[in-house]
Design a protein around this ligand. Structure first.
Ligand code: GTP
Ligand code: MG
Length: 462
C-alpha cells in the first residue's frame, strides 16, 4: 500500500461526469502535477473535503486535456483510509482515459479490481463482510437485494458475529481458568453458565444459517429452469414472463438449441429465468449438446418450471423429466388447454406437493403472469424472504454459510465434550476453531488468497 493507485471510478461510456480516483500517499502530489486550479491554489494547501475548479493539464506539454473539479479527502477519514483525490471530468471515453493516463504517467499505478475497497478493509475502515456488501450494493438486481446489502454494509451481520465472538471468548476465558484448577473446584453455577453460553451460541448460529437460503436467492437470484420436451411452449413461457419476444417460438419441435437466460424482478426477488432446449433423443449433434446442457441445468436449478402439452399424448420424455425433477422444487404447467385435450391429469401420477397449473400461453394474458408469480413465490417460500429482509441480518454468501457451518460443528463438538464430562481443556480446542471460522466472515482470520478472490469480483475503480 506504499504505492498510489488510480482508476476510473465511473462506468466506461458517455456520461455527464467521469471520475478518476487516486488513493495513496502521493495522491495529492500527483493531483497537483496534473490539475491546475483556476485561482492557482495547490491541492496540497486544500483542507480535506474541499473542491476546486480548474484544468487538467499535461505537465510535459502544458496542453489542456479537460476541465475538472478536484476533490481532496485526506486519510484516515476517507473511503480507503488514505489520502484520496477525485478528479471529476467530463464523462467521455477518451477524455476520462486521457486523465487516467496522465495520472499513471505522473507516478500512480493502475488499481486492481476492488483495490480501493481492499485498502479500506486493510486499513480497518470496513470489515470483510461490509466490504462484500459494497459489491452487493453495486450488483443488486432488486430493491430488496439492495436493502439487505445496505444493512450488511451498515454492520447488521458484523454485529451478530461480534456478539457471538464475545460470548464465546467469555467461555474460553472460563475454560482456560479452569484448566489451572481441578474441575471439582469450578463452582456448579459456572458450569451451568458455560453450558448455557454454548447452547445460546448454537441457537444463534442456527438462526443465522436459517436465513442462508433466502439470502442466497436475494443476492444471486433464483435459478429457475424452464424444462420440458420439445414444442410444449417453454420459449413461449419465457417470452410471456419477460413480456417481450426474447426467444424464437415456432411450431417446429427443437427450435431452441442453446439456453437463454434473463433476469426478472418478482416482487423484489430476482428470478434468473432460463429457457432450455426441449429434451428428447436426437440424431442432430447440435440438438444433443443442447439437451445435455438442459439436463445439467435441471441439476443446478433452485426451481423447475416443467411445461407439458395437454394437446399431444404424454410420452416417455415427459415421464423421464418428471422423474429427474422429483426431488426438486417444481411447478408443473399443463399448457395449451385451449386445444382439445389428449390426456387427463390422473395420467400424471403422484407429483408430491408440486402445484399443477393448467394454462394457455397463447390465450391468457397478464392474469397468467400474476398467477405464475404467486405460484413461484409460494413454492420457494419467499414470503419469508420478503418479510425477513430489512428487519434482520441475512446470510447472503456461500462463503459466510460455510464459515457458520464450520463454527457450528466446532461448537457442537465442544458441547458434546462438555456434556460427556471430559476434561475442559479439550473444549478449548474446538472453541478456538469455531472462533477462527467466525473470524473468516469479518476478515480477522481470513487467508490472503481468499481475500484476493473476494476483491477480484469487484469492478476496477471501487
Ligand atoms: N394453441 C396453443 N399453442 C401454443 C401455446 N403455447 C405455445 N403454443 C405454440 O406451441 C409451439 C411451440 O412453442 P415454443 O414456445 O416454441 O415451444 P418450446 O417448448 O420452446 O419448443 P422447443 O424450443 O422446440 O423445445 C408454437 O407454435 C407456439 O405458438 C398454447 O397455450 N396454446
Ligand atoms: Mg423453445
Amino acid at each position: 500500500m506504499d504505492r498510489t493507485i488510480a482508476a476510473v471510478a465511473t462506468p466506461l461510456g458517455e456520461g455527464g461526469i467521469g471520475i478518476v480516483r487516486l488513493s495513496g500517499p502521493e495522491a495529492v502530489e500527483i493531483g497537483d502535477k496534473i490539475f491546475r486550479a483556476q485561482r492557482g491554489q495547490k491541492l496540497q494547501d486544500l483542507k480535506t473535503y474541499r473542491l476546486r475548479y480548474g484544468q487538467i493539464v499535461d505537465p510535459t506539454t502544458d496542453r489542456q486535456i479537460d476541465e475538472a473539479l478536484a476533490l481532496v479527502m485526506r486519510g484516515p477519514h476517507s473511503y480507503t483510509g488514505e489520502d484520496v483525490v477525485e478528479l471529476q471530468c467530463h464523462g467521455g471515453i477518451i477524455s476520462v482515459q486521457a486523465v487516467l493516463n496522465l495520472a499513471l504517467r505522473s507516478g500512480a499505478r493502475l488499481a486492481e479490481p476492488g483495490e480501493f475497497t481492499k485498502r479500506a478493509f486493510l486499513n480497518g475502515r470496513l470489515d470483510l463482510s461490509q466490504a462484500e456488501a459494497v459489491i452487493d450494493i453495486i450488483q443488486a438486481s432488486t430493491s430488496l437485494g439492495l436493502e439487505v446489502a445496505v444493512d450488511q454494509l451498515e454492520g447488521s451481520l458484523s454485529r451478530r458475529i461480534r456478539d457471538l465472538q464475545t460470548r464465546l471468548y467469555g467461555v474460553v476465558v472460563k475454560v482456560e481458568a479452569s484448566i489451572d484448577f481441578p474441575e471439582e473446584d469450578l463452582p456448579e453455577v459456572d458450569l451451568l453458565e458455560l453450558e448455557e453460553a454454548l447452547v445460546i451460541s448454537l441457537e444463534e448460529l442456527a438462526n443465522l444459517l436459517a436465513t442462508a437460503d433466502d439470502g442466497k436467492i436475494l443476492r444471486e437470484g433464483l435459478k429457475t429452469v424452464i424444462t420440458g420436451k420439445p414444442n410444449v411452449g417453454k420459449s413461449s413461457l419465457l417470452n410471456k414472463l419477460l413480456d417481450e419476444n426474447r426467444a424464437l417460438v415456432t411450431d417446429i419441435p427443437g427450435t431452441t438449441r442453446d439456453t437463454i437466460e434473463e433476469v426478472i424482478n418478482l416482487q423484489g426477488v430476482p428470478l434468473r429465468l432460463i429457457d432450455t432446449a426441449g429434451i428428447r433423443e436426437s440424431e442432430d449433434l447440435v440438438e444433443q449438446l443442447g439437451v445435455a446442457r438442459s439436463l445439467d441445468l435441471i441439476q443446478e436449478a433452485d426451481l423447475i418450471l416443467h411445461v407439458l402439452d395437454s394437446s399431444v399424448p404424454l410420452s416417455s420424455e415427459d415421464h423421464e423429466i418428471l422423474d429427474k425433477t422429483k426431488d426438486q422444487k417444481r411447478i408443473i404447467l399443463v399448457n395449451k388447454v385451449d386445444l382439445e385435450p389428449s390426456w387427463d391429469m390422473s395420467k400424471l401420477g403422484d407429483l408430491g406437493d408440486a402445484p399443477v397449473l393448467e394454462i394457455s400461453l397463447v390465450h391468457q394474458g397478464h392474469e397468467l403472469v400474476e398467477q405464475l408469480g404467486e405460484a413461484i413465490l409460494s413454492q420457494v417460500g419467499s414470503g419469508a424472504i420478503l418479510s425477513s429482509a430489512g428487519s434482520k441480518a441475512l446470510v447472503t454468501r456461500t462463503r459466510h454459510k460455510h464459515a457458520l457451518l464450520e463454527a457450528q460443528q466446532g461448537l457442537e463438538r465442544a458441547l458434546d465434550t462438555f456434556r460427556g464430562g471430559l476434561p475442559l481443556d479439550l473444549i478449548a480446542v474446538d472453541l478456538y476453531e469455531a472462533l477462527e471460522h467466525l473470524g473468516e466472515i469479518t476478515g480477522e482470520t481470513v487467508r490472503e488468497n481468499v481475500l484476493d478472490q473476494i476483491f477480484a469480483q469487484f469492478c476496477i475503480g471501487k
